[in-house]
Design a protein around this ligand. Structure first.
Ligand code: COA
Ligand code: MG
Length: 303
């Protein structure tokens, strides 16, 4: 058996659509959409006076849910230390989602407190935990937060960048190409990858500017992100394409796998493939890409 590339199983997280739990129409629509995951939001897209109603609507939605729909289901709660957090977590227990997304995580304890709460409630493997990185303190504490992915049974799976809050708190300008944010995004990528976490790029607010959105998805993919958090169904197609597997990349991965399978290459660490050095680490990468492509095909055949 080959060693796993990461300690978490391979999952498609190309497109994660945020759906305000207070929006009945959006909730209803969410199950029919081709996004890899739905982030049911109890936090900032729900007005303070609507929080209790949104929780109740979410519990009702999950009770009637068709769980064979191939979507990962994540609930974003309000800060656990705040007024709404504990009631949100009770709703999470009633809903039984795959993961809980914690907003404005600033230090490891923000994640560990929820991990301990869930463990005390007997929630063993699921829900998993995801953390939003969206404050200056979170950027300063990235390594410590990401390291939680290796403690308490590794319940932390994923970091999600939140640039609206980060821009607000820092004054960093909202500019095409995100020049002053890219260094911070790259720090997050390195921290997350050091601890085997999946990495999700921030939302893009202009949901009618699909060309600009597609370019930002491509930039996110080049930086190393696995997918993007979305705010509107129109963003799903471009995100699935950008974070999917391009035909050329799949062909190259298959060529690498085939080359290493040749008898003359058994036992070789590095080989010449059409004038390029290819090592066994590229074989691992190629196998992972082929596995991702298979997951995408399976999903497309189901929907
Ligand atoms: N999830 C599911 N369905 C959505 C949706 C979403 N996030 N956003 C829009 N839709 C649906 C609408 O219900 C509408 O459906 P219908 O035509 O079948 O009735 C359709 O998509 C078109 O919507 P549109 O009129 O273009 O958008 P809108 O003006 O209704 O809403 C927003 C625009 C930005 C308010 C809305 O997209 C939204 O609330 N997005 C999520 C915000 C959020 O979660 N923020 C927190 C994370 S940053
Ligand atoms: Mg936020």
């Amino acid at each position: 058996m080959d060693k796993p590339f990461q300690h978490h199983p391979l999952r498609l997280r190309r497109s994660l659509l945020s759906v305000p739990a207070s929006n009945a129409r959006a909730l209803e629509k969410s199950s029919s959409l081709a996004c890899d995951g739905v982030i049911f939001d109890l936090e900032d897209s729900v007005a303070p006076e609507k929080k209790a109603d949104a929780r109740a609507a979410l519990v009702a939605h999950f009770a009637a849910l068709d769980r064979t729909v191939p979507q990962e289901r994540i609930v974003r709660i309000n800060a656990f230390s705040g007024r709404e957090g504990p009631a949100d977590l009770e709703a999470v227990i009633a809903c039984g989602p795959d993961a809980v997304l914690l907003p404005k995580v600033e230090e490891p304890q923000d994640v560990l407190a929820v991990a301990d709460w869930l463990a005390e409630r007997g929630a063993e493997e699921t829900p998993r935990l995801w953390a939003m990185i969206e404050t200056p303190a979170a950027i300063l504490n990235l390594a410590g937060i990401a390291a939680v992915g290796r403690t308490r049974g590794g319940r932390l799976d994923c970091l999600v960048l939140g640039l609206n809050d980060l821009r607000l708190a820092t004054g960093i300008a909202d500019m095409p190409g995100r020049p002053f944010l890219v260094p911070l995004l790259m720090q997050a990528i390195v921290a997350g990858r050091a601890f085997g976490l999946d990495m999700i790029d921030s939302v893009y607010n202009g949901f009618t500017e699909l060309d600009v959105f597609a370019a930002e998805c491509e930039q996110g993919r080049q930086m190393g992100f696995d997918g993007k958090m979305l705010i509107h169904p129109a963003q799903i197609g471009p995100a699935n394409r950008a974070f999917g597997v391009a035909d050329a990349a799949l062909a190259e991965a298959r060529a690498i796998a085939a080359a290493f399978a040749l008898p003359e290459n058994t036992g070789k660490g590095a080989i010449n493939l059409n004038g390029r050095m290819v090592e066994r680490l590229h074989l691992d990468q190629a196998r992972r890409l082929i596995a991702r492509a298979e997951l995408i095909t399976q999903k497309e055949n189901r929907t």
